[in-house]
Design a binder for this molecule. Sequence first.
Ligand code: AMP
Ligand code: MN
Ligand code: MN
Length: 319
Amino acid sequence: MIDIMKLAEEADTIGISGHIHPDGDCVGSTLGLYNFLKDTYPNKSIRLYLEEIPEVFSFLQRSEEICYEKTDITFDLYFALDCGDEKRLGDFAEQFLSARTTVCIDHHKSNLAFAQENFIVPDSSSTCELIYRVLPKDKMTKEIAECLYTGLVHDTGVFQYSCTSRHTMEAAGFLMEQGIDYSRIVDATYYEKTFAQNQILAKAVLKANLHKGGRVISSYLTAADMKDYGVSTKDLDGIVNQLRITKGVETAIFLYESAPNEYKVSMRSKRIVDVADIAVKFGGGGHARAAGVTMTGEPEDILQTILKEIPDIKDGKTC
Ligand code: AMP
Ligand code: MN
Ligand code: MN
């Protein structure tokens, strides 16, 4: 296990980053650690660098301090959180790599242990669960608890997915006791959608197709679809999960156009298919039940390429 206090005490300048296209676990874990470090070491120079975060997370403490532009500062210590490889740090990879000490805290099965110090626990529900483990409990505040609870909720699908464990629930219980409004966090950051987000979700469901006798579901959205509904790629969270809950489906595949001729692929599975293995084959990564990759080409062609990698299922087993 990593000794955060020891690492921080030996550094004057500390940087933190998470993965590109930040999700609830990425925002919650980086802000949770950032808030802890700022509270504990007010005289150190500590900065958090992320891509623009979804508006729903802006209530988290110090989210207004997030830096969105890269820097040429050489940090004494740099944390990469919720990132399986350095590419996933996007524009901030260089400043991470140039730091004197680099640390990775993550739970991706596909993690390459790319830092000098790595705390990688693939069985953990979320990076927030790991940050909870490494932070001294007597330094916990309501505001840090809000950050970490948000990440737990998002990576477990509100404590539903199979990555949820006793450790997750114990962490959640402790965080609830810090006086956070846990119901509001779930509602406002996970379930609530704008009208346009609901409409684009509906569009994706209407466009969906079943494959392999109903075991696989797929859908895709083009840039033109997004334009029609006045939404951006940040408005598409949750679509793949909605596809996944279709009765009889084991694997859900959702693609959206992330740049001309380029698609971001999200995959989810219920019990059997290891979607991380498939994503890794195409240069992506993730977890057995939730993974992603970016691919180029026409969406129908990308889909066919991926479908070929999805094993047939018989009697609840892959074959
Ligand atoms: P998503 O489908 O984007 O929600 O991602 C599902 C999981 O896979 C998350 O844990 C992501 O961090 C991970 N993931 C998504 N895209 C990639 C990628 N291109 N490379 C590595 N991991 C990814
Ligand atoms: Mn994440
Ligand atoms: Mn995560």
